[in-house]
Design a protein around this ligand. Structure first.
Ligand code: FES
Length: 502
């Protein structure tokens, strides 16, 4: 069937996330054929889809910028070379489609003539049945143009999107992402939350080698690493040096767990130091362009200051932007590293050595299931990168974030959470002030009430980060609502928060 669209493309066309589309499919509001949807079914499920404007594209860009808010949302246009290739390919497809359509037109004419001849030759009941068939055929042909006009508008928009961005399907995982502009396949995949294998990102190490199974790619940068003759014949390319011209399928390695990523040691530069509160430093580091930190969401890294003071902190950033690292340092922490940060004047341009990644990653075990995040005060830093990665991956049906603090001040990135909620229809943010101890009746009741806002919790994946007492209080509450232990992942602060105790 020519008018089948992948879920990623279909979601893009009607301006929703892939997770939202999957939700509609699960509710049987939309049929799929081998993981794809037809144009007609898509229009029936989304009759309000506006095909004449770019609002869906704008929304896609809003989603991207919500995941990595420091980047300006903008369309990246392909180069003239890529565009010319795409126009060439699409014009061939158009010519073939026209020829096929003309063939169907001829077939319809021939069919009508044959029916007319049969009618003349037949008599009695048979003639009546043939007349009925001819009448039905004529009525169907007359009725068709109305719906196809809308189908054609959607297909035209799909074609326009194909000019702007090519889709990549990765095997064996089945992950999909779009490549816009002249961005390399590697960068586009990382931005979309995939844990693709890479090293230098500049064409010299060969780690990002992948096999192009179908589709056309184009070299966008020269690379030092030489692929063997045999590898080239088999279709291998370096993902960091090639972009996708057409929709492509590639066979590529993706990290499945911590064991697939080796430990790295990187000298970074302080890009920015924010002090949103007197007792908090948000540190932004930049790695060299050719030595980014490869890690999985939820992992940590060890920082070492020039004085030799070192300590481990959660990576509070998305692996999709692994050149820009973020750490949250709280004065309340007893670690030598925290004291080092507050006792010394850290300035932009200073050096910090980063070794990592380390620790367990947080996993998306739900394959598109809705995600519930519960953070207590600074526990947010352990979840932030995972949330950003999940937004980039665009797989989850819904997100619900409960950020608990003893005062509104405790939610030190409140604006960021509100921005996620504003940009994404499927992201709910529920800030919660609990001044009383969590283990007391008042604290437990407040948490129970907040969880009561989440429906059908047995289908959710839950991620909790904060002090031990939060884990002790929230675990039975979640289990009572049907969240099984396999669907619950907990990150503990390295020490108790003063305000959270019983
Ligand atoms: S990441 Fe090193 S060659 Fe591509």
């Amino acid at each position: 069937m020519a008018d089948l669209l992948t879920l990623s493309r279909a979601a893009r066309l009607v301006g929703i996330t892939r997770g939202e589309l999957q939700q509609r499919i699960r509710r049987d509001e939309l049929d799929t054929f081998e993981g794809k949807v037809s144009v007609s079914d898509l229009l029936r499920a989304f009759p309000e889809a506006r095909l004449e404007d770019d609002s869906s594209l704008e929304r896609v860009n809003r989603i991207k910028s919500a995941a990595t808010p420091e980047k300006e949302p903008k369309y990246e246009l392909p180069s003239a070379e890529v565009l010319a290739e795409r126009v060439n390919i699409l014009s061939h497809e158009l010519t073939a489609a026209r020829a096929e359509l003309a063939g169907y037109g001829d077939l319809m004419d021939a069919l009508s003539e044959r029916l007319a001849l049969l009618e003349q030759a037949a008599g009695g009941e048979e003639r009546g049945r043939l007349q009925e068939l001819s009448g039905w055929l004529a009525a169907e042909v007359a009725r068709r143009p109305r719906e196809p006009r809308r189908n054609a508008a959607l297909l035209a928009k799909a074609t326009f999107l194909r000019m702007l961005a090519a889709q990549v399907e990765v095997i064996p995982s089945g992950h999909e992402f779009f490549v816009e502009g002249n961005v390399s396949i590697l960068d586009a995949g990382l931005r979309s939350g995939l844990a693709l294998k890479y090293g230098c990102t500049s064409g010299s190490c060969g780690s990002c080698k992948a096999r192009v199974v179908t589709g056309r790619v184009l070299k966008v940068r020269d690379h030092e690493y030489l692929l063997s003759e045999r590898e080239r014949e088999m279709g291998y390319v370096l993902m960091c040096s090639y972009t996708a011209v057409t929709d492509v399928m590639i066979e590529a390695d993706e990290a499945k767990g911590e064991e697939d990523i080796s430990r790295q040691h990187i000298e970074t530069v302080i890009r920015r130091v924010d002090r949103p509160r007197e007792d908090l430093v948000v540190l932004y580091l930049r790695t060299p362009a050719t030595q980014r930190l490869r890690f999985l969401p939820g992992q940590s890294a060890t920082l070492e200051l020039p004085s030799g003071t070192r300590g481990s902190l959660p990576l509070a950033c998305c692996p999709c932007d692994s050149q820009n690292l973020e750490f949250h340092i709280h004065r309340g922490s007893s670690s030598a590293l925290a004291r080092g940060f507050f006792d010394h004047d850290l300035v932009t341009g200073g050096h910090v050595a980063v070794t990592g990644p380390e620790g367990d990653a947080l996993e998306d075990r739900g394959a598109g299931s809705p995600m519930l995040f519960i953070a207590y005060e600074r526990g947010f830093s352990a979840l932030k990168g995972f949330i950003e990665n999940a937004i980039s991956a665009d797989d989850a049906e819904r997100f619900h974030l409960i950020w608990i603090s003893t005062t509104p001040h405790g939610r030190y990135m409140d604006n960021l959470c509100r921005a996620w909620s504003d940009a994404l229809e499927n992201f709910a943010y529920a800030p919660l002030v609990v001044a009383a101890p969590l283990a007391g009746d008042e604290g437990r009741h407040a948490l129970e009430e907040a969880l009561g806002q989440v429906e059908d919790m047995e289908s959710w994946e839950a991620y909790v980060a904060g002090p031990q007492v939060l884990a002790e209080v929230v675990t039975p509450l979640l289990q009572a609502r049907g969240v099984t232990p396999e669907r619950l992942q907990i990150r503990l602060d390295e020490e108790k928060d003063a305000g959270a105790g019983a």
